[in-house]
Design a binder for this molecule. Structure first.
Ligand code: ADP
Ligand code: MG
Length: 453
């Protein structure tokens, strides 16, 4: 029955939710109206209880199971090092401060933290709520529940902001922990330097002595063999000691080209969450939050109604651009001593608005798709019908329909003069396959992100 209930849940909660939250659940028993499940982590238990108890109960009942409530348990099977267990969940009294603790900051080769990137200044919306919740959980500094936390998403969507926020929060809650944040590029730089100066043992010791390691933009080490190798060992050593690791990248672990398989699979072991492209509400929320800060900075500056809405509607690229626009607008308005109106915004942000209006072209789609599947660009418009070429071509047709305003005959013309029914067939094929083919769905999601950013 659970299998059938799962099929229904897949339909009702959607594929993403299903694979993230429902699929990992194991039904262990059903008795006296209580459906007992096992979830791999406490975080998942809490999240599922809070957000999916209703749909699960509903589908169980629909399948004829007399369930009144669900009970989710977390198995205590992971070997937690003794040291970890005896550690209190809250910051210990200063008297317990470790003597062996080296001078912080000076000794840890981390990157400086941006004081503005805190949880307080992070605006939460649908596209980033999961990533935010997971980051919060890590920032509590309690026992490790998922390892690593892998955050990914397009540029300017808040990955670095969240990682800094975790570090800030941990400094407050758990000053006893050694937290190291750095970019993958810095990791490589340090490693190469250690090699050159024959201090590789020091390097290893240092990286293995931290309690929380955060590596930003890990895609950077793809293709850099010895750095990857070292990263892998550092990663394993820390995980074995029960230390928390947080990683970010611009795409999912499986999508990072030239990254060793064993690293990919290690990265997938914990919780993988993505920051989705912003939606209108989130953009507006961010603008409102930033505006409040600016009001203090530029007292007396007037903001006409509708300006923020206009910006949230028109600037959809990324949060960094959105922020840049607002900064410029306030600076400009205060300089010329005018009220911030729609006209002023249009005048002062012409370039940003124009760039943001840029639509993806079919040629660009064909190029990116060809690149992704490693086929020739000419095959996109050519006549070859083998699957390895036909499928990518159909993906490109599908994306052309999704991302541009071109009609089917127009798309057909750009695909080597194909008939509009051929295009329609290609699009349908992808729509059909996409639901059952995870890899294909991920390919499409990735390409969309690349094309839209
Ligand atoms: P990424 O590392 O994903 O490329 P960043 O974390 O550097 O992106 O974010 C880019 C800018 O946008 C930063 O100034 C950051 O503070 C801001 N930003 C991104 N998301 C949010 C958010 N949800 N709330 C507030 N600011 C945000
Ligand atoms: Mg970043």
């Amino acid at each position: 029955t659970w299998g059938r209930v799962c099929d229904e849940l897949l339909k009702s909660v959607g594929k993403n939710n299903y694979s993230t939250w429902i699929a990992p659940l194991r039904l262990i028993e059903m008795s006296e109206g209580i459906a007992a499940f096992e979830a791999p982590t406490k975080f998942m238990r809490d999240w599922v209880s809070r957000n999916f108890a209703e749909p699960i109960l509903r589908e169980l009942r629909a399948a004829g199971v007399a369930a009144e409530r669900i009970d989710i348990r977390v198995p205590a099977l992971r070997a937690i090092p003794a040291a970890e267990i005896s550690k209190p969940a809250v910051a210990p009294a200063p008297a317990r401060a470790r003597v062996a603790r080296p001078v912080d900051g000076a000794e840890l080769p981390g990157a400086p933290l941006d004081a503005r990137f805190t949880f307080d200044s992070f605006v939460v919306g649908k596209p980033n709520e999961l990533a935010h919740a997971a980051a919060r959980r890590v920032a509590e500094g309690g026992p490790v529940t998922f390892n690593p936390l892998f955050l990914y998403g397009g540029v300017g969507l808040g990955k670095t902001h969240l990682m800094h926020a975790i570090a800030h929060e941990l400094q407050i809650r758990r000053p006893d922990l050694r937290v190291l944040y750095l970019s993958a590029e810095q990791f490589m730089y340090r490693f190469v330097q250690a090699l050159r100066e024959r201090q590789i043992m020091d390097f290893k010791e240092l990286f293995r002595s931290v309690d929380v390691l955060m590596v930003d933009d890990v895609q950077f080490i793809a293709g850099k063999d010895s750095t990857q190798e070292e990263f892998f060992h550092t990663f394993n050593a820390l995980v074995d000691q029960g230390k928390q690791i947080v990683i970010s990248a611009d795409r999912a672990p499986g999508e990072i080209k030239d990254l060793e398989e064993r690293i990919k699979s290690r990265l997938q072991c914990g919780l993988v969450v993505d920051l989705h492209p912003t939606d209108y509400e989130l953009r507006l929320g961010i603008l409102q939050t930033k505006t409040e800060a600016y009001r203090a900075q530029y007292p007396g500056l007037k903001l006409a109604p509708g300006v923020l809405e206009f910006l949230a509607h028109r600037i959809t690229t990324n949060v960094r651009v959105l922020e840049g626009a607002l900064t410029r607008l306030f600076a400009f308005a205060s300089l010329v001593g005018r009220e911030i109106t729609l006209d002023l915004a249009q005048e002062c942000l012409t370039d940003i608005l124009r760039a943001s209006d840029r639509k993806v072209s079919i040629e660009e789609i064909q190029r990116k798709v060809a690149e992704h599947y490693n086929v020739r660009l000419s095959d996109m418009i050519g006549p070859k019908r083998v699957r390895t070429i036909a499928r990518p071509r159909q993906v490109a047709m599908y994306l052309s329909k999704q991302l541009t305003t071109r009609s089917l005959p127009e798309i057909g013309r750009r695909f080597g003069g194909r008939d509009h029914t051929t295009i329609m067939h290609g699009i349908r094929k992808i729509e059909e396959l996409k639901d059952g083919d995870r890899q294909l769905a991920e390919d499409i999601a990735l390409l969309r992100r690349l094309l839209e950013s």
